[in-house]
Write a protein that binds this ligand. Structure first.
Ligand code: 13P
Ligand code: SF4
Length: 354
């Protein structure tokens, strides 16, 4: 549905009043009505890098989810305030690894005598606490666009990787890009004693995958890939690496949201694509490329929006911008100093990856 013209006008007016004081970042999964007001759009890597691009902006309004706003706070100056227009915009995957669970896991690895060989690699989609744990134990953060480089780096530092919290990105990168086998990977289940693993299994493993997943991407299935191939002859299947291994193995192309956009920009006229990622982005791309005669469909019609990404809508954005314009800071995301210093170490290792 088209946006309420009154709200559009209010967002415009508040943004104009704030001028250079505000910098609005928008993740590719955000609604069109929100993307319209973003100064920069990107995948999680680009947004982490660009958060610090405007050191003079007093307010950074982050249209994305909580862990992204935390990362922006960690990577920007103390005098810059990061605002998340709706505090309920979390991420179910990030919630699957808590600080207590990860500390317990480290104890299990220590007991098994493997902790010294383990380098933690944490996906950007994790809380600041998990990032701090990662930094403290000599590890790095990665995103879906640099996971291979992060794993290359980690295997230069140690013999094993503890990959948090997305088992699928960890497994897909290890098997697809690093030449490891499925047998080199074990899954640590935080809800079972000792993660459900024996000391022997931990000693034999190269990749210890945390049992987390994305509730949106986890729903694409091998069946959806087979169905779309039967329905649309010649279709190219392009999926995000948060999808299950069997889906990624059956796809033609795999990559981050930024990669998906670039692949479609470079695609020839008349080509057909089925995309397995969040629906706001797929719809926007389908509309954008229809004019160039590129047919773009959603990989599985039964999968829906990321509900937490969708919490940031125009009314919340207007409320945040109007509050700031009136001198009132709302929904500030602020990571405490101790957590910040270790989390920053891990994030900076990522930003320094070759
Ligand atoms: P990217 O933007 O890095 O591809 O990540 C997707 C995602 O799930 C963000 O929550
Ligand atoms: Fe989290 Fe998945 Fe939503 Fe990304 S798409 S914010 S990983 S739940």
């Amino acid at each position: 549905a088209p946006s309420d013209p009154d709200l559009v006008e209010r967002a415009r007016a508040a943004k104009a009043k704030l001028g250079d004081k505000v910098f609005v970042l928008g993740h590719h999964y955000q609604r069109d009505e929100v993307i319209e007001f973003a100064d920069v759009t990107g995948d999680s890597f680009k947004l982490a890098r660009d958060a610090a691009a405007r050191p003079d902006a007093e307010y950074i309004v982050f249209c994305g989810v909580h862990f992204m706003a935390e990362s922006a706070d960690i990577l920007t100056g103390d005098d810059q305030q990061v605002i998340l227009p709706d505090l309920a915009a979390g991420c179910s995957m990030a919630d699957m690894a808590t600080a207590e669970q990860v500390a317990e896991c480290w104890d299990v690895l220590t007991e098994a005598g493997v902790a010294e060989q383990v380098v933690p690699v944490s996906y950007m989609n994790s809380s600041a606490d998990i990032k701090a744990f990662t930094g403290k134990h000599g590890g790095t953060i990665c995103t879906s666009s640099n996971a291979k480089r992060a794993l290359d780096w980690a295997f230069e530092q140690g013999e094993k990787v503890l990959f948090l919290p997305d088992q699928h990105l960890g497994r897909n990168t290890a098997v697809r890009d690093m030449g490891l086998s499925l047998d080199d990977c074990v899954v640590y289940n935080p809800h079972k004693p000792n993660g459900g693993l024996t000391a022997e299994e931990l000693r034999a493993a190269k990749m210890i995958l945390w049992r987390g997943h994305c509730s949106v991407h986890g729903r694409f299935s091998l069946e959806s890939v087979n169905d779309v191939r039967a329905r649309i002859p010649g279709v190219n299947v392009l999926v995000h690496p948060e999808c299950k291994h069997e889906v990624v193995a059956a796809a033609d192309y795999v990559g981050s949201t930024e990669y998906i956009i670039k692949a479609l920009e470079a695609a020839p006229r008349g080509s057909k694509w089925a995309i397995g990622t969040e629906l706001n982005l797929v719809r926007r791309l389908a509309n954008r490329f229809a004019a160039e005669d590129k047919e773009i469909v959603f990989l599985d019609k039964t999968v829906c929006f990321c509900s937490t990404m969708n919490r940031i809508d125009l009314p919340h954005l207007v409320w945040a911008l109007e509050s700031l314009a009136a001198g009132k800071v709302v929904n500030r995301i602020q990571v405490d100093r101790e957590t910040e210093s270790f989390a920053k170490l891990a994030l900076e290792r990522m930003l320094a990856l070759p």
